[in-house]
Design a protein around this ligand. Structure first.
Ligand code: SF4
Ligand code: MG
Length: 307
């Protein structure tokens, strides 16, 4: 992208991430953190230079990239990600035809449309003749067409009206119950991720800085960046509505800070943080965090109670 070899943008920094079968893994971070690049790497749209994405179940650990149709993606804006000249039936049927999936394409398209709650009349329409929520259902049906084991949703509801977001979230849950697929649910919307995800991974400047079961992560954050995200998320309870953006700008991924990437913004930074990169380390309960001071951080008052 116009960057010389010496200034190569390293959007992802040796990421190792496990996604369990049938789970919804939320992936959270500010824009520029590398979330979308990670999502694109998982579905094979971007080639990884190092690191790996593993699909994990009790009796099988396989690298997802080796699977032909293993992962599919649902993008943020259906009007941009769907071909505007094609009819819905062709958009959904295309991956089935391209990959020569056995069976009747029309029948399969009808089933997929029913699965995402689109009535048959939409088959002849184009995305521009549909609402945002309807068009996103087309994007979801297209992603489902190849029966993927994993669906990567990159801000897949953030362009939709708030009233439609809940419907599409419910659809994701229903699809998971029906098919047993997994999701990598990429979002900057912390309350949505908290509601939907089984586990959550927090990303900062191309690195995963914390991973835990959702309730554990929100109740006992072990990384100061996660604390800051939780403390700055808008909360709607009466009299508690507040929004405090995290101090400082997110640094450029072209020239990230040495040591802990978060140290210029971290209120708990010590000298060690400026020179030594913290490894992603598991607590006894299996809660991963990349912070030299995680054991102290987890004992601080909860970010919603602090101050
Ligand atoms: Fe802050 Fe240091 Fe932990 Fe980084 S390693 S998050 S700078 S305390
Ligand atoms: Mg993005």
């Amino acid at each position: 992208m116009g960057l010389g070899p010496k200034r190569r943008l390293q959007a992802l920094d040796n990421i190792n991430l496990e996604i369990r079968r049938g789970e919804i893994l939320g992936l959270v971070g500010e824009s520029g953190s590398g979330k979308s690049t990670l999502g694109r790497t998982v579905v094979g749209l971007t080639a990884p230079t190092e690191g790996q994405i593993k699909f994990v179940s009790s009796n099988d650990t396989s690298e997802l990239r080796s699977k032909r149709f293993g992962a599919q993606m649902v993008f943020q804006n259906p009007y941009l990600s769907l071909n505007p000249r094609q009819k819905v039936k062709n958009i959904i049927g295309e991956p089935i035809e391209v990959h020569h999936i056995e069976g009747d394409v029309h029948q399969r398209v009808s089933e997929l449309m029913a699965q995402v709650g689109l009535s048959p009349q939409f088959a002849e329409r184009r995305p521009s003749e549909m609402s945002g929520g309807q068009a996103q259902r087309v994007g979801i049906a297209r992603a489902l067409a190849l029966s993927p084991e994993l669906i990567v949703c990159d801000e897949a509801i953030s362009a939709l009206d708030v009233s439609i977001q809940a419907q599409v979230l419910n659809l994701f849950s229903e699809i998971q119950e029906q098919t047993g697929c997994s999701y990598l649910f990429i979002s900057h919307d912390l309350p949505v991720v908290e509601r939907l995800s089984h586990r959550v991974a927090i990303m900062y400047l191309g690195r995963i800085v914390e991973v835990a079961e959702t309730t554990d992560l929100f109740a006992h954050p072990r990384h100061p960046y996660t604390r800051a995200l939780i403390g700055s998320a808008p909360r709607l309870e009466a009299k508690k509505l507040k929004f405090e953006p995290i101090k400082g700008e997110i640094p450029s991924p072209i020239n990230p800070p040495i040591g802990c990437h978060f140290h210029p913004r971290c209120p708990l930074a010590i000298d060690r943080c400026r020179v030594e990169r913290p490894a992603l380390v598991a607590s006894e309960a299996g809660h991963l965090a990349a912070c030299h001071r995680a054991e102290e951080v987890v004992k601080l008052p909860h970010p919603n109670e602090a101050q």
